[in-house]
Design a protein around this ligand. Structure first.
Ligand code: ZN
Ligand code: ZN
Length: 244
């Protein structure tokens, strides 16, 4: 039981951190710079930690910038205002993401065109073989360590880790919580201490300051990714931009 719960927690946090740190803050917004070595390191880290639900970094960046550009309008790929439930919202999110990944939809921005890709890794990570292998690995861990079959009910969380995080962040972050800033969209800060989604649910703060690496704005707010980013900056793994 201890192993299974630890495995679930570790997978949860590594996966959501890869999403927030590499895909969101680096690829989509370039809140900091990294050299070629660290960029490849975190690209690979994202592949390993997201596993069966790996998101193609460039396609994610395109999808996410569409969200910022059209936030809470009908053009927004995942505004909770325009979908009857969270499943319908995620189905549309997957559809737009796939269009970007397959190259059937282009954003036409030079920022996106210049984003790094890793063709061999992208191709493998998006393959059925990679996704099914990760699912088999998670299942094997449960076969070996789960004390009873009831624990296997947690396996879908591992298989669909990325979409589960995305569903919570996109639905709750534009529907539930408080607002610090009078932005044109309906973004909200769901938690003052975002311990579950490592800062991603500070949607209102983030839409107001999309280039700021610290998603917490007020004295009582805590974005738990930021202290780590600050340390990585001190260690020269990355260089923070001086965003307003
Ligand atoms: Zn948002
Ligand atoms: Zn963003």
């Amino acid at each position: 039981m201890f192993f299974i719960l630890s495995f679930l927690l570790i997978h949860w946090y590594l996966s959501v951190f890869a999403q927030s740190f590499f895909l969101h803050r680096y690829m989509a917004h370039r809140m900091f710079r990294m050299n070629a070595f660290w960029e490849k390191f975190f690209y690979f880290f994202t592949f390993v930690t997201q596993g069966s639900s790996f998101l193609h970094p460039k396609a994610y960046a395109q999808l996410h910038l569409e969200h910022h550009k059209h936030s809470d309008t009908e053009e927004d790929p995942h505004s909770p205002l325009f979908f009857r439930d969270v499943i319908a919202m995620m189905v549309n999110t997957a559809k737009v993401y796939t269009e970007f990944r397959m190259g059937n939809r282009k954003s036409g921005s030079t920022y996106i065109e210049n984003l790094p890709t890793w063709k061999v890794l992208d191709t493998f990570a998006n393959s059925f073989l990679s996704r099914i292998s990760f699912c088999a690995l998670y299942t094997w861990a449960y076969v070996v360590f789960a004390p009873s079959w009831h624990w296997f009910l947690l396996l879908p969380i591992h298989f669909l880790m990325g979409p589960i995080h995305g569903a919570f962040v996109n639905w709750c972050g534009h529907k539930y919580g408080y607002r610090n800033h009078n932005t044109a969209d309906k973004s909200r800060n769901t938690f003052a201490w975002d311990l579950l989604f490592v800062g991603e649910t500070f949607q209102n703060n983030h839409h107001r300051y999309p280039n700021r690496a610290n998603f917490a704005n007020r004295w009582f707010e805590l974005d738990i990714s930021y202290p780590l980013i600050w340390i990585l900056n001190k260690l020269r793994v990355l260089r923070l931009n001086n965003a307003p």
